[in-house]
Design a protein around this ligand. Structure first.
Ligand SMILES: [Zn+2]
Ligand SMILES: [Zn+2]
Length: 261
């Protein structure tokens, strides 16, 4: 069985990942991957937007780094990508980034439910105490749906991130997911299986709905260290097979391809 590509990994340019891209590639080969994609956090118009993404003047260096590993590891297919925060109002900024390099894909991720709060930021964990979890989930899914509708992204990242610190979705939340998945289907946008915490994103329930809706998938470890590349892939593959998936998406300069796994 061919392992699916690991399409979600970071580099030290985002200030919270360790290990050089070469080490990520080396680990990928060691565990039998044939394709990976670097998808570091994109720069924002203001470098002080937060402290967990690359500065705008580092984008050239990021691309050069990925191109270098590509050259040094010809036996591995290496994609050039970004994990792009989706916040309403930043669409033109994202289009500008898209025009600058021959990216293979953009992962559109929602981390922010307001202009200043990223729900997965461990430094802002206490913010959850001042919020209604149900409301956070609702705003999150609204933004996720919008992200899919923009057509700016090939993949939507970790579709149920608010569960990261144990906040479960409210009861009867399925209609929100259905709306998001319908948008993903309509705009031919994939969702990723990502295990960045105790549980895989998305949950089996959402993945089942995604399969029924016909939404394609990708796999991503969200590695922030070389040894995390391909992490929990066996578990993610089992889950995807269980709900019926046999195919996943690949991207070459933003063109879609299909792979079996
Ligand atoms: Zn993310
Ligand atoms: Zn990530």
């Amino acid at each position: 069985m061919l392992l699916p590509a690991d399409y979600h990994m970071h580099t030290p340019l985002c200030h919270h990942a360790t290990g050089e891209p070469e080490e990520y590639a080396k680990h990928a080969l060691e565990i039998g991957l044939t394709e990976i994609g670097f998808s570091d956090h994109e720069p924002m118009p203001q470098d002080n937007f937060d402290n967990w993404r690359m500065n705008a003047d580092k984008l050239d260096e990021y691309v050069a780094n990925v191109r270098k590993v590509r050259k040094d590891f010809p036996q591995l297919t290496i994609r050039l990508a970004l994990e792009v925060d989706y916040l309403p109002g930043y669409e033109d900024w994202i289009r500008g980034l898209a025009a600058r390099y021959p990216w293979d894909y953009f992962i559109g991720s929602v981390h922010y439910v307001s202009d200043s709060w990223a729900i997965d930021d461990p430094q802002k964990l206490s913010e959850w105490n001042h919020r209604d979890a149900g409301e956070v989930w609702t705003v999150y899914l609204e933004r996720l749906t919008k992200a899919a509708e923009t057509g700016l992204f090939e993949i939507i990242g970790h579709a149920d991130l608010p569960k990261k610190f144990g906040h479960r979705p409210p009861k009867d939340f399925a209609p929100h997911y259905k709306k998001f998945l319908a948008a993903a289907k309509k705009h031919d946008c994939a969702i990723e299986l990502n295990k960045d915490c105790r549980e895989i994103y998305p949950s089996r329930e959402i993945l089942q709905l995604a399969f029924q809706t016909g939404v394609p998938i990708t796999f991503g470890s969200d590695a922030h260290a070389p040894e995390e590349v391909g992490m929990n892939f066996a578990e993610a593959i089992r889950l995807a097979h269980d709900v019926g998936y046999r195919e996943c998406r690949r991207f070459v300069q933003r063109q879609k391809q299909t792979a079996t796994f």
